[in-house]
Design a binder for this molecule. Structure first.
Ligand SMILES: Cc1cc2nc3c(=O)[nH]c(=O)nc-3n(C[C@H](O)[C@H](O)[C@H](O)COP(=O)(O)O)c2cc1C
Length: 172
């Protein structure tokens, strides 16, 4: 499937929308709820068994996904802002909570992401942060943008330990 060409058209996520998907250990989509399909513009057939990166927007810094996967692989849940690309090239912003689910015997079951709308305050702060991270990544690579992300947390009196709470707090 050709990747859509990004446009400036924002798709609205309302306060009652809860966009849900599940994935296998590699991030391939194993479940989506109807609102996921409605907002992204993809059908179930186009999404199931496809990697979540089908939604990857070029404005997203790589370091956010590195942070996501480093934590998921360590068994830790992650709360992060994501700009997603729709089938028609439009986009939507969400605050995603990605959790690791385990079977009763403790083995890996799946990853589940629940996504909700973001506030104007959060959007303003995150657009500025991600633009900076992306720029650093383009000129100096992901290691440099990882350092810039850690610096941003430190400047706000935060750390990777408080990352999730800080992201939630920004959405107030
Ligand atoms: C449960 C789950 C949900 C995810 N949801 C998204 C998403 O909504 N948008 C997105 O771009 N990546 C999402 N990802 C991350 C992707 O797997 C991938 O790391 C990211 O799109 C970057 O892709 P790339 O490394 O091919 O550039 C999700 C991963 C998991 C495990």
């Amino acid at each position: 499937m050709d990747r859509p060409t990004p446009t400036d058209v924002e798709h609205e996520v309302t306060s009652v929308d809860m966009i849900v998907s599940k994935s296998d250990a590699e991030g391939n989509i194993t479940y989506t709820n109807p609102i996921f399909m409605k907002i992204s513009g993809y059908s179930a057939g186009e999404l199931l068994d496809k990697p979540h990166s089908i939604l990857r927007h070029p404005d997203m810094p790589k370091v956010i996904f590195k942070y996501l996967w480093d934590n998921l692989k360590a068994g830790k849940d992650v709360i992060a802002y994501v700009k997603n690309l729709c089938k028609d090239g439009g986009y939507y912003w969400i605050l995603a909570t990605v959790k690791v689910s385990t079977n009763p015997d403790g083995s890996f079951r799946n990853y589940m992401s629940t996504r909700k709308c973001i506030t104007a305050n959060a959007k303003e702060a995150i657009i500025a942060l991600y633009a900076k991270l992306l720029e650093i990544e383009k000129s100096d690579g992901v290691e440099a943008s990882e350092k810039a992300l850690m610096d941003f947390l430190a400047e706000n009196g935060q750390s990777t330990e408080t990352f999730n709470d800080f992201m939630l707090q920004l959405n107030k």
